[in-house]
Design a protein around this ligand. Structure first.
Ligand code: PEP
Length: 251
């Protein structure tokens, strides 16, 4: 199974900046890497531009969110149909900012996961505990609830999902989980997935996200169950993002 390294640009970059970034990044990443798949998730307004830029490239295109319905009266929302037309292959769902700032609940995230798969878009389901939950010793309970509800109803199709473990306290704070902390939760998720469906071993990757950068990626990726990264801040700069990818190559 190859690693997946995914860039979440969040609410950063105009169309012009997207072109600039991808021109640089395509020069850095022009040879296929044997064990690493790379995805970039720009904001919705840059998806069309990115889709043209990434045509015939090795880089996959992702979206940062998606509505579960195909069309209708949902002002401000984007549907899987619209994403498919732009060759979007991945969608980040249940990101902690969606959960905590925009109030997305497990049930809605599950609907989005099911809808993405139905439309042939691979979801990256984000899960993670808050600092308070960690300090109360509830980390694994929270992760179990978020994983179980996120993939509910998938049964044998579980292998069509990737999971990103992103502790809320590590996102955008500069404080990453230690390799041991990440491995503990990743191993737990791996076992949980196996207990839900044996099919999960056929492709379900468990990524780590939360202040990953070019300095800490090397140690984190050495952990047995860390199978890639979801990178926010450090992915905004093409050179930094590419360095993170090269650490996976060496693992
Ligand atoms: C993220 O947004 O998914 C993320 C992990 O952000 P950062 O790398 O900035 O912590």
């Amino acid at each position: 199974m190859s690693y997946l390294v995914a860039a979440n640009w969040k609410m950063n970059k105009t169309n012009a900046q997207t072109v600039e970034y991808l021109q640089i990044f395509k020069k850095l990443y022009r040879e296929p890497l044997p064990n690493v798949e790379v995805m970039v998730a720009p904001p919705f307004t840059s998806l069309s531009t990115a889709s043209i830029q990434l045509r015939d490239s090795l880089i996959k295109l992702g979206a940062q969110n998606m509505h579960f319905e195909e069309k209708g009266a949902f002002t401000g929302e984007i549907s899987p149909y619209m994403l498919k037309e732009l060759n979007v292959e991945y969608v980040i769902l249940g990101h902690s900012e969606r959960r905590h700032i925009f109030g997305e609940k497990d049930e809605v995230i599950n609907k989005k996961v099911l809808s993405a798969i139905k439309h042939g878009i691979r979801p990256i389901l984000c899960v993670g505990e808050t600092l308070e939950e960690r300090e109360l010793g509830k980390t694994l309970n929270v992760i179990e609830r978020q994983v179980r509800s996120g993939i509910a109803g998938l049964d044998k199709d579980v292998f069509l999902v990737d999971i990103a473990y992103e502790p809320v306290w590590a996102i955008g704070t500069g404080i990453n989980a230690t390799p041991d902390q990440a491995q503990e939760v990743h191993q737990f998720i791996r076992e949980l997935l196996k207990s839900i469906s044996k099919e999960s071993d056929n492709g379900c990757r468990i990524l780590y996200g939360g202040s990953v950068n070019e300095n800490n990626a090397k140690e984190l990726i050495k952990e047995k169950d860390v199978e890639g990264f979801l990178v926010g801040t450090a992915s905004i700069d093409p050179e930094r993002f590419y360095k993170i990818i090269t650490h996976c190559l060496e693992a």
